[in-house]
Design a protein around this ligand. Sequence first.
Ligand code: CA
Length: 224
Amino acid sequence: MKILIVEDERRLAATLADILEHAGYQVDRSFDGTEEEEMAEDGMYDAIILDIMLPGLNGFEILRRLRQKKCMTPVLILTARSELENRVRGLDAGADYYLTKPFENEEFLACLRTILRRPAEIVTDILSYGDLILNPSVSRLSCRTLSVALSAKERKLLRMLIHNQNQYLSKEAILLKIWGYDTNVNTNSVEAYISFLRKKLAFLHSSVRISVVRGIGYKLEVSE
Ligand code: CA
């Protein structure tokens, strides 16, 4: 099994490489992750150990790019920053596990074994469109460094828009898909939820917008 370590602290990187090699893994090391990103996309590695604070792109950005390119290699985020917000952001960006420094060697190896065992489907439900990443399992929508929680209906609506990104969706189709045959709701609810989603896209400073053609329906677009 081949593991990539992206860590700019040379001593820590060397220590981690020793631990992994001792445990029988093959290891490549990178100090900023930029060149290795392509190799990771090609599926060269069985797992990636990723630091957050790096000299070039930060770890979240590297992770986001990998996931956007449908690279589903398991990722273990390693960082000294233990704030909850970072933890959530890492998971939003598609990390499989989060380990805060300092940690015991055994704990590190156990985490690695966990992510190596994890089936790929766990992360493949992450959807992306333009600069947006939707993680349906935790119902959070991220855009670069910002993220926001979505309600269940907002999440379903956005998923539907992403899955049908090449066509306009009518209010009636959305109503049927999201509310089913509930007779207490009408297309006003669809308009209300489209407006909630638009507010969240604005909050995230996303370049994605929901365009509308009267009488036809809604569609996602990336504005220039
Ligand atoms: Ca670092």
